[in-house]
Design a protein around this ligand. Sequence first.
Ligand SMILES: Cc1cc2nc3c(=O)[nH]c(=O)nc-3n(C[C@@H](O)[C@H](O)[C@H](O)COP(=O)(O)OP(=O)(O)OC[C@H]3O[C@@H](n4cnc5c(N)ncnc54)[C@H](O)[C@@H]3O)c2cc1C
Length: 397
Amino acid sequence: MESLRAPSAAAVDFDRVITQVHAVGRDVVQPAARDVDSAARFPTEAINALRELKLLSAYVPVEFGGMGLDIIQIAKICEVLGQYCGSTAMVFAMHQIQVGCIVHHGQTSNYFRRYLKDLVPQQRLIASATTEIGIGGDLRSSICAVEIDGGRFQLTKKAPVISYGAAADDILVTCRRAADAAASDQVQVLVRKEDYQLDPISGWDTLGFRGTCSCGFVLTATGASEQVLPVPFADILSQTMHPFSHIVWASLWSGIAADAVNYARSFVRAEARKNPGGPTPIAAIRLAETDTVLQLMRSNVNTAVVDYQRMLQEGNVEAFKNFGFAIRTNNLKLASSQLIIDIVGRAMLICGISSYRNDSKFSLCRHLRDAYGAALMVNNDRIMNHNATMSLVHKEA
Ligand SMILES: Cc1cc2nc3c(=O)[nH]c(=O)nc-3n(C[C@@H](O)[C@H](O)[C@H](O)COP(=O)(O)OP(=O)(O)OC[C@H]3O[C@@H](n4cnc5c(N)ncnc54)[C@H](O)[C@@H]3O)c2cc1C
């Protein structure tokens, strides 16, 4: 069986890429992060800097002109970006999920092969419209349908949340295969800015991830029928969207958590410097404890991403249907979205009131607010409910 993603044949030196991402993080992303957050504005300068590094096509295989990075490397970039700005990292991660869906499931189509080639010079930003008014976060159910007639399609979706919808160039939309199809008989359609209209229905004045600008829209689109991905959405979800999302999200949440721990470390060091040669500050013990939790969080991501990369290379599509794999992927999301709150909370205890202030150099308010979004991005209760159902029939090997 052919692999969904061949072994990494990256066209670049990955250490150099990571150095460049840190440089952009320090010089562009972090200086803008507080303004992005307080104004709830799109991180334009950050995404443009990533475009300049050609990172929006980082997962595009080398044969199409991309960097050919693998999921392990993409996850690492998400983690690094998370250390500088949660919203920027989330935009980057969500875009990569859409690229992943096209790379894994579009290559049998001339249209999508051409699209992947265009992605490299054009650095198009791809958003996602899965959630729909009337079905909440149930990914396996759609109300809207793509209607194909004479090689053209028409599509209207009421989407309560489309992250960076207004800034995107293209949007991957889940919908029913046809007007008479069942709610779960879904496809994904790539709609392009020149062919769609977004009518706003809600803003994005939220607690955290404010820079993702995840407003609600009624999306109305037309296009050519070849813009429908040639694989059922059920397969795209189990083989790509589900594992890819939870891995890149958990990676960037690790980055946010690691940054909070770095703040705590600087705070403890500053305390220790006040009393040279004195006893280790009590907060240093808290810091050591927090480090163990961060290590656990990172280890979870690492295990999941290595497992997924191996499965992609093996190309055994049956393996993705295994309940054990789905449960492990869900567990990564459940655990990471709780650990990020735990770690940021511990870092706040260490830094004390300065972390609670919005105006302090040790402020962790943004980290904490972003952290609380993690459990809601596909509601943890909904995920736990799926795990509960699967665990009734699943047997661990
Ligand atoms: C920062 C951020 C960015 C996002 N970006 C996007 C995006 O770009 N595109 C997109 O499509 N979506 C996006 N989302 C939204 C998506 O992640 C949410 O899953 C979606 O909005 C549904 O959320 P909900 O809480 O309203 O609904 P639900 O998931 O339906 O949850 C609401 C309630 O239903 C309960 N529930 C649990 N299980 C079930 C069940 N089986 N059936 C019914 N209810 C159940 C839950 O416990 C909860 O109490 C984003 C969310 C966030 C936080």
